[in-house]
Write a protein that binds this ligand. Structure first.
Ligand SMILES: *Cc1c(COP(=O)(O)O)cnc(C)c1O
Length: 368
């Protein structure tokens, strides 16, 4: 058997002919930027997310950046963010000329550890960028309480958490503002780069919309300087077509995850993901903690199974952050994770037999 980490062709094959129609419609209409599909996607996405404002932009990274920028984050400010994440949640802080302050993650849930936040807060702290890593909700009750107490902005990075929920409330509706990515492999993915910002704050929504379009809400009316971060009409049309499938796709991911977890439960060398109580995990990533991770990954590859590592380095250990001067071992959980996390294939179209095969091989590896 050959099992890729993700197979977007299977998704394409399951979308009945619509993809090619969407493509030729947009080409025929030649409305490539700010076409009708962009507004349609924004309003459909808003409807799904408690009627918050959706402001489409060019990528998930841009979404975090424009959100921080429009909240006024700038030079001299500090922003707390998890030590274990994709680089976007930290580099966007630096892009605003502020300083990312890394906080270690929770040993069970791998999201920002609320118990470690308070001692990182200084007079300069302005905001927290929280990441719902792998599709798991961060511990928002405690984090929101701290944000209120210290008057901090709360930005949710929902790039891996489309429709994840905590106590019934959907990811992206907890903080002042949230960022989503529609990178092709995300739970809702375009056929290229795309992202959006979500907020219930009318004024902030308008500022973000203006900033992401050269500081102008109407052509040539440049109130401020901004940037070009827009979602292509083509990507919006693809997303609009895929959006109705998102809930069913997430459900399939959850089923796959629970099958993995039950089949792997009797292997002492691996630890399967824990799900935060009262939450709905969307399993963008199904990450194990595995003993002899590198040899296991090699063994699985030799058996036709492609796995990935999210992420091979904790952020403070990247060369890019050497300047911050962190010691190795300073972030205990993040530092351990970079050595033993392993992401198994997970996508809605993955077959039950494939999951059984993968789990058999993992068992076989530890019985060698
Ligand atoms: C994918 C991702 C982003 C960035 O999204 P892009 O659309 O690739 O710019 C940000 N944060 C996290 C946690 C991500 O996984």
């Amino acid at each position: 058997m050959k099992i890729p980490f993700i197979d977007l062709k299977r998704q394409y094959d399951s979308l009945p002919g619509a993809v090619n129609d969407v493509f030729s419609d947009i080409i025929t209409n030649s409305s490539f930027v700010y076409g009708q599909a962009v507004q349609e996607f924004e309003s459909s996405f808003s409807k799904k997310l408690d009627n918050f404002h959706t402001i489409s932009c060019a990528s998930g990274t841009d979404a975090i950046f424009v959100a921080l920028k429009c909240l006024g984050i700038g030079a001299g400010d500090e922003v707390l963010t998890p030590a274990f994440s994709w680089i976007s949640s930290a580099e966007t802080i630096s892009l605003c000329h502020a300083r990312p302050v890394f906080v270690d993650v929770d040993p069970d849930y791998y999201t920002l550890d609320p118990a470690r936040i308070e001692k990182c807060i200084t007079r300069k702290t302005k905001a927290i960028v929280v990441v719902h890593l792998y599709g798991q909700m961060a511990q928002m009750d405690q984090i929101m309480e701290l944000c209120e107490r210290y008057r901090l902005f709360l930005i949710e990075d929902c790039a891996q958490a489309h429709m994840s929920r905590l106590k019934g409330k959907v990811a992206g509706t907890f903080g002042h503002v949230a960022a989503f990515s529609f990178y092709p492999t995300k739970n809702l993915g375009a056929y290229g780069d795309a992202g959006c910002v979500l907020t219930s704050d009318d004024q902030l929504a308008e500022r973000i919309r203006r900033f992401a379009n050269h500081g102008a809400l109407q052509k040539n009316d440049h109130l401020i300087e901004g940037m070009n971060s827009r979602m292509d009409t083509l990507q919006a049309a693809f997303l609009l077509m895929k959006l109705p499938f998102l809930d069913a796709w997430n459900e399939s991911r959850r089923e796959h995850a629970s099958l993995y977890s039950s089949l792997l439960s009797d292997i002492p060398e691996v630890r399967t993901p824990s799900v935060l109580v009262d939450s709905v995990h969307t399993f963008h990533i199904y990450a194990l903690r595995a003993r002899d991770r590198d040899s296991l990954q090699q063994f699985l590859l030799e058996n036709g199974i492609q796995t990935l590592i999210h992420y091979p380095k904790a952020l403070p250990n990247l060369k890019a952050y050497r300047l911050l001067g962190h010691r190795p071992g300073e972030f205990e959980v993040a530092g351990a994770m970079e050595k033993d996390v392993l992401s198994l294939p997970i996508f809605p179209e993955l077959q039950t037999e494939e999951i059984h095969y993968i789990c058999q091989k993992i068992k076989a590896f530890y019985q060698k």
